[in-house]
Write a protein that binds this ligand. Sequence first.
Ligand SMILES: [Cu+2]
Length: 172
Amino acid sequence: MVVEFHFPDGNEKITTFNVSKQLQGYDYGIGIITIIVGISVSIIFYQMYYLPESFAKPAVAEHILNPIEQTNISMIPGSANPDQQDNFVPKLVNIQLGIDNHVIWINDDDTPHTVTPDHSIADSYSGPFGSSGVVKAGEKYEFLFTESHEIEYHCEPHPWMTGTLIVTKQRF
Ligand SMILES: [Cu+2]
């Protein structure tokens, strides 16, 4: 390897030396430490700045995040009975983003029920739709829709309990 040293006074010195010998001991250790520090800094940067950016929730308009109304759906008493006509009431719900896109299911029955989509569906802001477990008597499940969806859902233990949600953009 040829290394040229340039000195301020204009003198130049050309030296040839063996790199492998020069990189022994102390120099070699410094090199390894520099590489380790470099990789660590890269990983920290990736985790702190790059990852959160890529997983960040999409920007959603304020009026959609805070709609003026909420939509209530009741699981009415007797829903667990397959002979009863009504269960999720109302059964078909039209929802407008920015108006009533915050939907709350209330279990008014004395039996636990679920809110389970027929086909798994996720909202880019709120994540997967559906209750994570059962909604016990007197409890509720709520979901904020931020984009258009058409969802058919049912109750896992009582598949005759079905409902439909149609979420659309505001019609002005
Ligand atoms: Cu049920």
